[in-house]
Design a binder for this molecule. Structure first.
Ligand code: SF4
Ligand code: FES
Length: 248
């Protein structure tokens, strides 16, 4: 395939950025989107130009670092996949592909396509843990009976990989889907109930402090989430937050 790439280049957060056009040839359908960017970068390096900076790690849909806005969609045109799992067969010979970083005030740009998502880590640090004693006097996890519905719902929240697509997809740059998933994965299990009240209050407070926008229920986050995290978790977190506020 022959493609035209329009890639956001920006040296740092203060510099002015712009879309730069790169023609590329010899791209095969079986290549992943990141492999296609690797090919481009090799060509740029061979010419003595700076390679395009983009974030990646596992390249198998687990770490959540490969977050790109591709033709206006977080993680591109495929459904339920991350950028590293997106195959070039989703594009046609002759296509133009616009590649931009995730844009949100709480995700400041580092360089080119790489943004700083440590705001998500600070939300996690505000309450995304349980402080049980695991020094040897802990009840075996299998001894605590948990009904299947709750276990499944907790697991389905825990598969959030913290990629930030929900924020990039949202017109308000809201982090409600991410925060709701992280609150719910604990709150739905007995081990997570101990600190549930403080957890939801602290994580929501941190989310607001980081400058994420409000949720207006447009549902774009759910559509572009590569892990299919449901909007229902936002409703669940809102109920939990209300109860916690009344207690607090
Ligand atoms: S909720 Fe989905 S889109 Fe948002 S961070 Fe988690 S996996 Fe990514
Ligand atoms: S590189 Fe880890 S999810 Fe894509």
């Amino acid at each position: 395939m022959k493609l035209t790439l329009k890639i956001w280049r920006q040296e740092n957060a203060e510099a002015k950025g712009s879309l730069i056009t790169y023609p590329i040839d010899g791209i095969e359908g079986d290549m992943s989107f990141l492999e296609m960017l690797d090919v481009l970068n090799e060509q740029l390096i061979n010419k003595g130009d700076d390679p395009v900076v983009f974030d990646h790690d596992c390249r198998e849909g687990i770490c959540g670092s490969c977050s790109l806005q591709i033709n206006g969609e977080a993680h591109g045109p495929d459904h339920l996949v991350t950028t590293c799992q997106l195959h070039m067969r989703k594009f046609k010979d002759g296509d133009t592909i616009v590649i931009e970083p995730f844009r949100a005030r709480a995700f400041p740009l580092i360089r080119d396509l790489m943004v700083d998502r440590s705001s998500f880590e600070r939300i996690q640090q505000a309450g995304g843990y349980i402080s049980v004693n695991t020094s040897g006097h802990t009840i075996d996890a299998n001894a605590i009976l948990i009904n299947k519905e709750d276990a499944d719902a907790s697991f389905n929240a825990a598969i959030c990989i913290g990629c930030g697509a929900c924020v990039a997809a949202c017109k308000n740059a809201s982090a409600m889907l991410f925060t709701a998933a992280k609150v719910s994965q604990f709150a739905l299990l007995p081990q997570g109930r101990v600190e549930a009240t403080n957890r939801v209050l602290n994580m929501v407070e941190q989310m607001d402090k980081e400058g994420f926008g409000n949720c207006t229920n447009t549902g774009a986050c759910e559509v572009q989430c590569p892990k299919g995290i449901s909007l229902e978790y936002i409703a669940r977190m809102n109920r939990e937050y209300l109860t916690a506020s009344l207690k607090g």
